[in-house]
Design a protein around this ligand. Structure first.
Ligand code: ATP
Ligand code: MG
Length: 419
């Protein structure tokens, strides 16, 4: 039987994991610095949740969802994104009754049945945030500045921040009429998807990746001309705050993004470095002021973003290979393996990460193993050392060796590592 992972879904093995940890902890640390707290949601949700929030005419809902019927007769879907679950949970637990403003973050896998390519998978990871209860525009700017901070702590320097406003329902409706009028003469030239969707939601055409649709979209009237005074003041406030923060950005009037639930602020960060290829969107986000209410909750403005972790990993610079342990214990003779096991536990109790090869083997082969996994320190224990109550502490980086009392061994290692 040829058992392999599902197409577009990848194993992440331990050799890659330290880069993942670096990325995830940079994200957590940064967003926790702004008062965000982690929430975890189910990976499977009722299908209707995504259809209603993401929108029936979107790529995700029309083509990309992993939907199945469970053993009852419920239609369930593997989550393609995190915002719908966040809003469902916010409403389900009446979170607005507990606090005026809610700030959540999440990290986890998402599922979309797309054509796999570099930077595009069927299971991929997102880290995202949601803010409920603040209409902006200051929070909008703060959230954009925060994510730019995450990206720069990862060492990713070549990025472009795009912002746009698509206004509220009134502006959207006026724009819809204007856009339909503009698109009318091109109807026959649009791709089949767009032809089908244009009446239900002409904005979809602006987000289509088919080249002819993109050409037509490029000359479409800008939504910015249709903003109401309030929408305009909101967008101006966002830009003024970004300027105060010194966050570089560019207004892109054609940015609409592929989900139906957005209102007003939209943003995207593109990676410009090599290696990303066509999949250069590192993250996307926006405001969705109507969604909580449409889920049966109180009228609650909200904003959020999600970043694609695989794409950030591709854009991150490589770093020195790190060892997963601090000390490798070497048993000089077969007879001291029991004592070496005890020494391992003593060091771990003192807060060190310790490996050993309890199968034994020659001194040389054990040291080779310590070297192979890049361990900084080898601790050699033989019959004499056990007798004397000492260990041989070998610094494999500085090529020095020292006899130290066993009781002080852990302390010595801590001192060496913090030098
Ligand atoms: P794209 O235009 O690349 O399809 P999107 O607009 O569908 O992206 P969002 O739904 O906004 O993406 O998701 C936010 C981020 O998640 C994207 O900017 C990207 O980094 C990442 N992402 C989306 N789909 C995938 C995928 N299939 N594989 C890997 N990462 C993805
Ligand atoms: Mg997509």
């Amino acid at each position: 039987m040829n058992l392999r992972a599902v197409k577009g879904m990848k194993d992440i093995l331990p050799d890659e994991i330290s880069k993942w940890h670096r990325l995830e902890s940079a994200f957590r640390q940064r967003v926790e610095g702004y008062g965000f707290r982690e929430a975890r949601f189910p990976i499977v949700e009722p299908t209707a949740l995504f259809v209603r929030s993401i929108g029936e005419t979107t790529d995700i809902v029309e083509k990309e969802m992993y939907t199945f019927t469970d053993r009852g007769d419920k239609s369930l879907t593997l989550r393609p994104e995190g915002t719908a679950s966040s809003v469902r949970a916010f409403v389900q637990h009446s979170v607005q009754a507990r606090e005026p403003v809610t700030k959540w973050y999440y990290v986890g896998p998402m599922y979309r049945r797309e054509r796999p390519a570099k930077g595009r998978y069927r299971q991929f990871y997102q880290a995202g945030i949601e803010v409920f209860g603040d209409p902006g525009p200051f929070i909008d700017a703060e959230v954009i500045d925060m994510v730019v901070g995450v990206i720069s702590t990862l060492g990713i320097t070549e990025v472009e921040v795009l912002v746009n406003s698509i206004g509220g329902p009134e502006a959207r409706e006026n724009y819809r009429v204007a856009l339909l009028a503009y698109l009318a003469p091109y109807r026959a030239e649009l791709c089949a998807d767009c032809q089908r969707r244009v009446d239900a939601n002409p904005l979809r055409v602006l987000d289509c990746k088919v080249p002819r649709c993109a050409e037509i979209a490029a000359d479409a009237p800008s939504i910015l001309k249709h903003l109401t005074d309030d929408d305009r003041a909101h967008f101006d406030g966002l830009q003024e705050t970004l300027t105060i923060l010194g966050t570089p950005y560019r207004v892109d009037g054609s940015l609409v993004r592929g989900l139906d639930y957005y209102t007003r602020t939209l943003f995207e960060v593109l990676g410009k470095g090599e290696g990303l290829g066509a999949q250069n969107a590192l993250l996307g986000g926006g405001r969705y002021d109507q969604m909580v209410k449409s889920f049966g909750g109180p009228d609650t403005p909200a904003i959020g973003f999600a970043m694609g972790l695989e794409r950030l990993l591709m854009a991150m610079p490589e770093s020195e290979p790190d060892s997963h342990v601090d000390v490798f214990i070497v048993a000089a003779q077969a007879g001291v393996r029991g004592e070496a096991t005890l020494l391992g536990r003593e060091l771990r109790d003192a807060g060190l990460r310790v490996e050993s090869d309890l199968r034994g083997g020659s001194l040389k082969s054990q040291l080779r193993r310590a070297d192979k996994i890049n361990t900084r320190i080898a601790m050699i224990l033989g019959e004499e050392e056990v007798e004397e109550g000492v260990v041989q502490l070998k610094d494999l980086q500085n090529k020095t060796q020292d006899k130290v009392p066993r009781a002080e061994a852990a302390q010595r290692v801590h001192a060496l590592l913090s030098e």
